[in-house]
Design a protein around this ligand. Sequence first.
Ligand code: CA
Ligand code: CA
Ligand code: CA
Ligand code: CA
Ligand code: CA
Ligand code: CA
Ligand code: CA
Ligand code: CA
Length: 686
Amino acid sequence: MRLEIVESTLPGTRFNTGKAEDPDIGINSLQNYQLSPNHYFILDIRQGEDDHKYAELVLQKPLDRESDHFLQLILTALDGGEPRKTGTAQIWINVTDANDNPPVFSQEVYTVSLRENSPVGSPILQVKASDRDEGLNAHISYTFSNIAKRAYQKFDIVPQNGTITIKEALDFEETEKYTMTVEARDGGGLVAHCNVNIKILDENDNAPEIILASLSTPVSENAVSGTIIALINVKDRDSGENGKITCHLQGNVPFKVASVSKNNYKILTDSPLDREKASGYNITIMATDKGSPPLSSNKTISLQISDINDNPPAFEKSTYSVFVPENNPSGAPIYSIKASDPDLDRNSRITYSILNSNMEELPLSSYVSINSETGTIYAQRSFDYEQFREFQIQVKAQDGGSPSLSNNATVWVYILDQNDNSPRVLYPFPGAEGSALFEMVPHSAEPGYLVTKVVAVDADSGHNAWLSYQVLQATEPALFSIGTHTGEIRTSRGLLEKDAVKQNLVILVKDNGKAPLSTTVVLNLVIAENFQEALPEMTRQSSDSEHHSDLQFYLVLALALISFLFLLTVILVIVMKLRQSGNPKLFQCFEPNTFSKAQVIFPPNYEEGTLPYSYQLCLSSEMRKEQISFPKPHIQVAENLLCNDSSQVVLVDGNCGDANAKEEVGDQVSYVFRNSDVDTTALLLV
Ligand code: CA
Ligand code: CA
Ligand code: CA
Ligand code: CA
Ligand code: CA
Ligand code: CA
Ligand code: CA
Ligand code: CA
C-alpha cells in the first residue's frame, strides 16, 4: 500500500488499510492484525457488518516531514490455526511537506561598518535566512520591513539573496548610522526578521572652511608689533583628526596668525610696517586639517596701510651751487630746487621757503625769492659781479603733515663775471682831449728806450680784465712800439734829425673778453733833452690849439702843479698801502718808473690784481674753462709777493705755487698753468 500523508495531518486521523482474506473457517480463519513498531501509528481493528475484521491506521502524534519524510510499515494478518498462519503487507507512507517552518536568519543582528565614500551599487552585506521546508515553502524572499525613509533612500536589498547594496552616496556628515529590519518571507507566507546596523566611517572629504569674522583696514604704518588686524574662525565638518585644523600665513609677510580659542584665530602684525615700502598686503591664510591625506583651503584678505608723516622732505644734496652770469634779468628763474617726500598726499606736499642768507646789507627778499610750490628760485635783481660774487641762502622744504617735517639745504649762488667794464686808463690821466701831458724823449735815446708806460685797469676779472695794448695811430708809426701786455712804450730805433719833435700816439687798450671792450688814450711825446727844450714845443702845441699868448706861463705852472700832485699821490698811495699791508715789499712788484711820472690813484672798486703787471698770466684753453666753472672770488693781495724760486708764483693764500712753464719775452714773463689744482682765478702773479 502506498499512502501520501501530509505532515500537518492531525493525530487521530484514520487511514484505511484494506482487509486480509483467509478462506479457512472458524478459528483457522483471520483473527487479528499486527503493525510493525513505529512512532506515529497504531492499529485500530474493527469488525465489519459481515463480521470481517479490518484494520485502520490511526495517527497517534504529528508527523514531521523535516525529520521523517518516508515511513515503511508492515501490516501482518494472523489466523487462529495451529500453526498460526500469517500474511503481510507493506505500507509505504510518503510524508508530504506542509509549511510548518518559518525562515530563520543566520544572525539576529547584522552589523557592518562602511566608509562614507563607498561607491554606489556596491554590496555591503548579505543577510541569510534558511527554511527547513521544501519547495515553495522554503522559497525565501527578503525585503526591508521596518526602515526609516532616509535609510530606504540609501540602501537596496536584493529580494532573492538578501544582499544589501548602496543606492545613493553616503555622507558621514549627514548620517553616521542606519538601522533597519529585514524580513524574510517563505512561499507559504511565514516570515522572520533580523536587524541590520550600518555604521558609516568618516573619511577626510571636507576641506577646512575659513570665515573672516572681522578685519580692520586700513592699518596705520606706525602700528606697533602685535596689533590685531583680523579675526577669523575655521570649520571642518569632518570628525576626529580629519576635522582638526592648523592655520598659517602664506608668503613672507610681516604678520602672524595666533590661536585665540578652538577654531578661532587672530592675525596680528609681527614686525614694523612701512607704507613707503608696501602700501598694502594680500594676506593669504592657509588652513590644513590633519586627515590623511590632509585637505587645505585658503582665504586672502586685502589690507591697506595708511600713511603717517614719517619722512621729512629730502633734498638730493645738502649743498647746491648755482652759477648766474651777472647782469641777469631781474625776476628770471636762476635755479629750481627739488626735494622729494615718499609719504602720501598732504604728508608729501612740499612747500619751499628761504630761511636766511649770508647777505646782511639788504633784506633777503631783494636778492632772491622762491616759488613755494615749485621750488624755483628767482633773482630779484640784476647781480653785479663787481659788487659781490657769491652769496648763500638756506632753503627749507616742509611737508604738509601734522606735525610737519622739514629739511634744509644750502644754495650757494655764484655770480659769473661778464665783460661789462671797459678798460680804464689810469696813466696817462685821460683828461680833456688833447691832454697837456708830455713825455720827453731824449735825442740820445737808444733803440728800446723806455719812454713811458700806459697803465690801465679793468674792473672785470680774468680774461675780461686781461688787457692788451696796441698803437692805433702814430705820427711816426715805426718809431715807437708798445708792449702788448706791459703797456710799455719804447723806441724802436734811434732818433733821427728828421723825426718830428712832437709825436702823437693813440693807444688802444683792449680787454680779452669774448666781446672785447676797449678804450683809447692819446700820448704826446716831445723829443727833447729837458723841459727848457721841450717847452717851446709844448707852447707851440698849446698856441696852435688855443692861440694863447701867456701859454708858456701856464704850462710851467701846470707842470709844477702836476709834479706836485703826482708826488702827493705817490706819497698818499705809499701811506695807504703801508697801512693796508704793513709790508713795504708790496711795492716791489711795481717798477719805479710806473709811478715816477704818473698820478696813479686806485679807484675804490679796483683791486691791485687788475694792474697791468698782474696780467702776465697765460691760461691754457682748458684753464679758461676751469676759470668759468670754478669761480672763486675775492682775490686778496698776498702779503709776500715774491717767491724764492723765480719759477714760482705767489698764490692767494701767500704760498708759492709751481707753474708748468715760464716764458720770457723781453721783460715780460708769462706763466702757464695746466694743472687744474691751481685755481688760477685765485692767483696773483708778480
Ligand atoms: Ca516554511
Ligand atoms: Ca514542513
Ligand atoms: Ca577635513
Ligand atoms: Ca567626512
Ligand atoms: Ca613727509
Ligand atoms: Ca609714511
Ligand atoms: Ca672788461
Ligand atoms: Ca664784469
